[in-house]
Design a binder for this molecule. Structure first.
Ligand SMILES: [Zn+2]
Length: 282
C-alpha cells in the first residue's frame, strides 16, 4: 500500500522472505500467520478468497461476538509481531505472539469491566465503605482469593485466605502453577481452587470473594466464555449450583489485601503452601 503511494519500501514479506507482502499473505498465507491461526484453533477456508477486507467484513457478520474477538485477537497479534520484526528485528514464535495478543485483550476487557463497575459503585454507594474487608456474619466464613501473574514469567500464583466472623485468620493456602497464564486464566483457576476448598467445609455458609470483576460477573451471569477460561468458569458454576452454602462475590482490590499479599509468598512450582495458626497450650 505504501508502494502505491510512492514510498520506496521493500515489498517482500519480512516474516518469510518468500512472497509479496499483500494483505492475504501477511494475515493468512504466510507460514507464521497460518501457524498463529492453528494455535488459536481457527480453521478458515480461504480457497475462494481474493480480497481480504471484504471477505473479513463478510465473515465478521456471521460470527458470534466471541468468535469475532478471536479473529480480531489473531489479526492483531500477527500484525504486532510483523511490526516487531520490521522495526526491532525481533522474532517470536506464533504461540508467544498469540499469548501476548490474548493477554492484551483480556486485560483490556478486565479494565473496561472494572471501570464500569467503579462508576456504578460511585453512584450507588459510599465508595470508602468498599475499601475495607468486612468479616462474615456470626457462624459464617469468608474465603478471599487473589492471583498474581508476573509478565514474562513461566508460572503464576494464587492465594486463598479463610477467616471467621471475628475476622480471625483460620487457614491460608497459596499455590504456584507452571506455564504462562493470562490474568483472567489465573483468576479463574484461583476461583476453581477456592470453591473446591469451600465445598469441603461442611455445614458452614462460606462467602468467596475475588477482586476479578470480569470473572465473578461471568460466572454469576453464566456468560459463555472463550475456551481459554471457559472450562474453569463452567467448573465454578457447577460447584456453586451444587453447593447452596457457597456464595461468590466481587470485592474491591483494596479490601482483598490478605490474599493479595499471600499470593506473593514464595512457593515451589506445582506446590501448595498451607498456613495454619499454631496454638500453644500452657
Ligand atoms: Zn510471509
Amino acid at each position: 500500500m505504501l508502494r502505491g503511494r510512492g514510498v520506496n519500501v521493500p515489498i517482500i514479506c519480512p516474516m518469510c522472505d518468500s512472497d509479496v507482502e499483500h494483505l492475504l499473505h501477511v494475515f493468512f498465507d504466510c507460514e507464521f500467520a497460518s501457524r498463529c491461526w492453528q494455535y488459536m484453533g481457527s480453521v478458515l477456508d480461504m480457497r475462494e478468497v481474493f480480497f481480504a477486507p471484504s471477505w473479513l467484513l463478510q465473515i465478521l457478520n456471521s460470527l458470534s461476538r466471541e468468535e469475532a474477538v478471536l479473529v480480531a485477537t489473531t489479526l492483531w497479534g500477527i500484525w504486532n509481531m510483523r511490526n516487531k520484526k520490521v522495526w526491532e528485528n525481533n522474532c517470536v514464535t506464533p504461540s508467544l505472539a498469540m499469548d501476548w495478543s490474548k493477554k492484551q485483550v483480556s486485560e483490556w476487557r478486565e479494565a473496561q469491566m472494572k471501570r464500569c463497575g467503579s462508576q456504578t459503585l460511585a453512584h450507588e454507594r459510599d465508595v470508602t465503605a468498599d475499601l475495607k474487608w468486612v468479616a462474615p456474619a456470626e457462624g459464617e466464613l469468608k474465603l478471599n482469593v487473589d492471583a498474581l501473574v508476573v509478565e514474562g514469567s513461566t508460572s503464576f500464583s494464587i492465594a486463598m485466605v479463610l477467616r471467621n466472623h471475628n475476622g480471625q485468620f483460620v487457614e491460608g493456602r497459596n499455590f504456584r502453577g507452571a506455564g504462562h497464564a493470562t490474568v483472567l486464566e489465573a483468576e479463574t483457576r484461583g476461583l476453581v481452587e477456592t470453591l473446591d476448598w469451600a465445598r469441603n467445609i461442611p455445614g458452614k455458609k462460606v462467602t468467596v470473594e475475588s477482586d476479578s470483576m470480569l470473572a465473578v460477573n461471568a460466572i454469576c451471569r453464566k456468560v459463555r466464555y472463550h475456551p481459554e477460561v471457559g472450562y474453569n468458569m463452567e467448573r465454578c458454576q457447577a460447584m456453586l449450583e451444587d453447593n447452596r452454602n457457597i456464595f461468590l462475590c466481587f470485592i474491591r482490590r483494596q479490601a482483598n489485601k490478605a490474599a493479595h499479599l499471600m499470593a506473593r509468598v514464595p512457593c515451589s512450582v506445582d506446590c501448595f503452601n498451607v498456613f495454619c495458626l499454631l496454638l500453644a497450650f500452657c
